[in-house]
Ligand binder design. Structure first.
Ligand code: FES
Length: 119
């Protein structure tokens, strides 16, 4: 069995047989990876293998339609096209498409409005 950690779902951990499809495990174990088509077409299931990238199988041609070489280098895969051969930790929730923000920005965070004393 392999261990899959769903980082963007509070670090939820699931185990699955070796060579399981990542999206399928997510569905079965409620891991929470977003998806639409399940067939490598929509690109919704784009995720980042934060740990254990070496434990995923070969990149599929369908993935190359949605991810750039630099995305793969950064660990991005499409969950519905990815099979896990060992433990991985996965995150998701980047921007809707091509430009994934990997590093957090240093933009100042808007201050919270002052709480109303009596409302
Ligand atoms: S769910 Fe559509 S490409 Fe993976």
């Amino acid at each position: 069995m392999v261990k899959i950690t769903f980082l963007s779902n509070g670090g939820k951990v699931a185990s699955a047989p070796e060579n399981s499809n990542l999206l399928r495990v997510s569905l079965k174990e409620r891991g929470g990876i977003p998806f639409k088509c399940g067939g490598g077409l929509c690109g919704t299931c784009k995720c980042r293998i934060e740990q254990g990238l070496e434990n995923t199988d070969a990149i599929k041609p369908k993935e190359r339609k949605h991810l750039r070489p630099e995305d793969f280098e950064a660990g991005y895969r499409m969950a519905c096209q990815t099979f896990v051969l060992g433990d991985v930790a996965v995150s998701w929730g980047g921007q809707n498409g091509k430009d994934v923000v990997v590093e957090p920005t240093n933009a100042p965070v808007a201050a919270e409005p002052a709480a109303q004393a009596d409302s």
